[in-house]
Each structure stands twice: as C-alpha cells, then as structure tokens.
Design a protein around this ligand. Structure first.
Ligand code: HEM
Length: 138
C-alpha cells in the first residue's frame, strides 16, 4: 500500500487534480513586508506549488519514489487535500478507494489505448475528448 499511496500522490501532484484553494482573510495579515487587508479573498494556486522544482526536483517527471525518499507528505507544502482547519476530511478514505481500484485494475485487467487521445497538460492534465481504452481481463 505504501507504494500505491506514493503513486496516488504523484498523480494528484502531476495531474493537478486540485488547481487551488480559496481563503478569505479575517484580519489584516502581514507577509514578507506586504499587508493583505482583512476581507480579501485569496486563491492559493496549488499547481504552482506542485510544479515548484525546489520542492519537487524535476517536477514534470512522474516519479512516485520521491514520496518515499523523505516524508514529503507531512511537509507544509503538501496541499493536495488542502490544509489547516478545512483540510479534506475524506483524504484517507479517498486514498483507500483509489488504491483499491488501482489494485484490482492492475492485477486483474490489462488495457491499451484506443486511437489517439488528445491530452492537455495546462492548466491541468485533462483529456478533453475522454481517454479511450480497451480493457480486457487476464
Ligand atoms: C483524491 C480525492 C480527494 C481530493 C484530492 C480532495 C481534495 C480536497 C480539497 C483540496 C479540499 C479543500 C480543503 C481546503 O480548503 O483546505 C477538500 C475539501 C473537502 N473534501 Fe475532499 N478530496 C478528496 C476526496 C474526498 C472524499 C472521498 C470525501 C468524502 C468522503 C471528501 C470530502 C471533503 C469535504 C466534506 C471537504 C470540505 C471540508 C471543509 O470545508 O471543512 N473529499 N477536498
């Protein structure tokens, strides 16, 4: 499960399933010499964090092993599920659901791409016309 978990997080990072988070300041906030006034809406663009080469070296490479090397998941820049008091309460159940699907999909089926599927990589990874695959069981 440890490696499957790393695959899920790396996919969430690279595909940028969650593009960003919304917050609103409840008081003036000083940050790096700038003041964000009370009542301002803030968009935390998590895609930029996910692709930051200082946090994720060689950021456009799919590398699940990066999650095993150091405890990246517990770092404050890990925002795939948000952060703070409003962090996603479904993080663990969602991860287990995906892991269960992946386990059965990989161990019981094989698949191949049907035709040429268009894949967009910006602002997030998406197949605008769907991803067509032919699935067969072993
Ligand atoms: C891979 C799967 C999932 C991802 C990537 C995800 C991601 C997120 C993110 C980014 C937020 C916003 C957190 C913030 O503002 O700091 C959120 C909120 C939330 N998520 Fe998820 N989520 C996932 C699965 C689930 C599941 C399975 C459930 C329920 C069973 C769930 C329930 C919620 C709820 C109720 C909130 C609102 C929390 C609040 O505002 O206090 N999520 N999720």
């Amino acid at each position: 499960m440890t490696f499957t978990r790393a695959v899920i997080f790396e996919t969430l990072r690279l595909a940028t399933v969650v593009n960003g988070l919304m917050r609103k300041t409840t008081q003036d906030v000083e940050m790096n010499g700038h003041v964000i006034p009370k009542g301002w809406r803030i968009y935390v663009h998590t895609r930029e964090i996910n692709y930051d080469p200082f946090m994720y070296p060689d950021p456009t490479t799919f590398n699940p092993w990066r999650w095993l090397e150091k405890n990246t998941e517990s770092h404050p820049h890990f925002m795939m599920f948000g952060g703070g008091g409003r962090m996603c309460p479904g993080k663990e159940v969602g991860t287990v659901e995906i892991a269960t699907f992946l386990h059965y999909f990989v161990t019981r089926y094989r698949w191949e791409e049907e035709g040429r599927n268009a894949i967009l990589r910006f602002p997030r990874v998406v197949a605008p016309n769907g991803l067509h695959i032919r699935v067969q069981d072993y």
